[in-house]
Design a protein around this ligand. Structure first.
Ligand code: EPU
Length: 338
């Protein structure tokens, strides 16, 4: 097991922040993880597990062990006429995994193209885009309990998936090391183009016959237009969650802001677009010294040149305060702050 000391995390977070950690350890096999968790070093230091680092903001150095999940491998475990079961290791790159499924004509995650991060990070915050959430296709999450060293399996229900959340982001946070995820994908695609922008993009692209590749290409085109590429501009996708409010609150807001985008939910609540709320407060495209709010999507905070994320955190506080003052709604962060 190779241990790097006083290592930079710059390459391991999509904000591109230069936080340091005391020890950096890359895990390529479950055996080396077992070895690590038995060690004195592990027992004496706090730990943090990173996949692609696409949902973290570092405001300071991490005074402990950062564990990078680099487990790899994708395997078809079973199939029938309709579906195929795939087991993918947690360290696999998410978008490469999506492309692999599309090439094999396995349907279900094409709408989730180009989301940064790893396979193992996907269930943690139940990634979602364009009308699909990863919980729709996950059958099992396999993980090592970091206290006992035992391998445990979590069924879809046991993961307690919700909007951008799961048990791995709440009660089990930092207590499990996800090793792989089991997916059930479909051999016969059920295209989900209900999200307006996808239909429009497919038309623009002149697509006559839908295919997994065409839907994926449309999603890639939309994301590329709206969202900054983390390889060029540091960011962690949506910084905040879209808030849900009661019918009463929505009625009050609609009276004052007739154009407010809104998405009625099955539980009778109404989901609002945080990006719209933030834009209305005048933040969209605002640039400060090395960081700011993205010009095409106000929900995305960007890092142009900061080494430390504290100013981005402070900006997020100001945004929360102004949305609170104007709309009476408290935004919640989607990213994990350290
Ligand atoms: N809007 C604005 N101004 C903005 C941004 C958005 O007015 O600056 C409006 C749009 O015009 C639209 C509405 O807000 O009416 C929704 O915008 P959009 O379709 O871009 O989606 P979103 O709600 O901002 C969510 C997810 C994204 C996901 C997209 C597409 C969250 C927090 N974000 O964004 O996920 O890609 O829908 O499905 O749920 C992520 O979680 O990191 C992420 C990128």
């Amino acid at each position: 097991m190779h241990i790097e000391t006083n290592a930079s995390l710059k390459a391991y977070n999509t904000f591109g922040l230069n936080a340091k950690c005391k020890y950096l350890i890359k895990i390529h096999s479950t055996d080396s993880l077992q070895e690590l968790i038995q060690s004195k070093l592990y027992k004496e230091n706090p730990h943090l597990i990173l996949g692609g680092g696409s949902n973290v903001l570092f405001t300071k150095d991490f005074n402990g062990i950062v564990i990078i999940n680099e487990l790899s491998g994708i395997e078809k475990t079973s199939e029938n006429d309709e579906t195929v079961n795939i087991n993918a290791a947690a360290g696999e790159n998410w978008h490469q995994f999506v492309l692999h499924c599309i090439e094999n004509n396995w349907a279900g995650i094409e709408n989730l193209s180009l989301i940064p991060g790893t396979v193992g990070a996907a269930p943690m915050q139940n990634i979602g885009a364009y009308g699909v959430e990863v919980k729709d296709v996950i059958t099992k999450v396999n993980a090592i309990n970091l206290e006992t060293g035992e391998m445990e399996q979590f069924s879809n229900d046991e993961c307690r998936f919700g909007y951008r959340t799961s048990i791995f982001k709440t009660s089990h946070k930092n207590k499990y090391f996800i090793t792989s995820v089991d997916f059930t994908l479909s051999k016969k695609p059920h295209f989900n183009t209900s999200y307006g922008a996808i239909r429009q993009k497919l038309d623009e692209m002149g697509v006559k016959e839908l295919s997994l590749k065409a839907v994926s290409d449309a999603v890639i085109a939309i994301r590329t237009e709206k969202l900054p590429n983390p390889e060029e501009i540091g960011n962690a996708g949506s910084f905040f969650k879209n808030p849900t409010v009661s019918q009463e609150t929505f009625a009050r807001l609609k009276k004052n802001f007739p154009d407010i985008p809104n998405y009625p939910q099955p539980d009778n609540k109404v989901k609002l677009a945080a990006g719209w709320l933030i834009e209305q407060c005048g933040w969209k495209g605002k640039t400060f010294d090395g960081y700011g709010v993205h010009k095409n999507q106000a929900l995305v905070l960007v890092n142009y040149s900061l080494e430390n994320g504290q100013p981005i955190y402070d900006l997020s506080e100001k945004i929360i305060e102004s949305v609170q003052n104007k709309f009476g709604i408290t935004l919640e962060r989607e990213v994990n702050v350290y």
